[in-house]
Design a binder for this molecule. Sequence first.
Ligand code: FES
Ligand code: FES
Length: 216
Amino acid sequence: MEPEMQSPIQLEISRRNLLISSAATLAVSGAATGQAAAQTEGETVQHMSKLTLTVNGESRDLDVDNRTTLLDALREHLHLTGTKKGCDHGQCGACTVMVDGRRVNSCLTLAVMHEGDQVTTIEGLGKPGALHPMQAAFVKHDGFQCGYCTPGQICSSVALLEEIKANIPSHVTGDLTVQAVVTPTEIRERMSGNICRCGAYSNIVDAIVEAAGTKA
Ligand code: FES
Ligand code: FES
């Protein structure tokens, strides 16, 4: 069957209908976009969390975006800038702190995951004039040059000695049936997550050996 021909008037009416329906579609999608934006704004509020951490023995209340790392919570919210941001993705160890006695890369963990936890930073280990033995050993053995990695190195070293005391084996621990001991090999392996671009490694090992009270 032959397709029915449309008159110029019918074509004009169809074209007008098309324009009207397109405008209506745009209006609806505009309204939807506005609604989405409003929802996004609403969600931003819901993305905030209140939490309480015990930092260096002191209870600290925080109101943070859920995406805030523990590192940023310490540095930006609590102004504890001793903990350093090196790579910000778990490769350098500059951000190492202790959480409930265990060392963690604070750039890799969210603050909201630590409600009620005990966090120890370099500021909580010792103060000028009353240094932690590990801090004193680092000073004595020149375990740093620029010092940027040092807070992380020291927090890691303190936790390392506790790990060995608790007989937690490392990759280089030979005999798992006897108590683990502090040796330079164990120290190097267990400190391998803490990078020092100044290359103060041998002095760092000497400092840890001294703080552990063992012989190199
Ligand atoms: S800043 Fe966290 S590991 Fe580098
Ligand atoms: S002392 Fe400079 S990076 Fe370690």
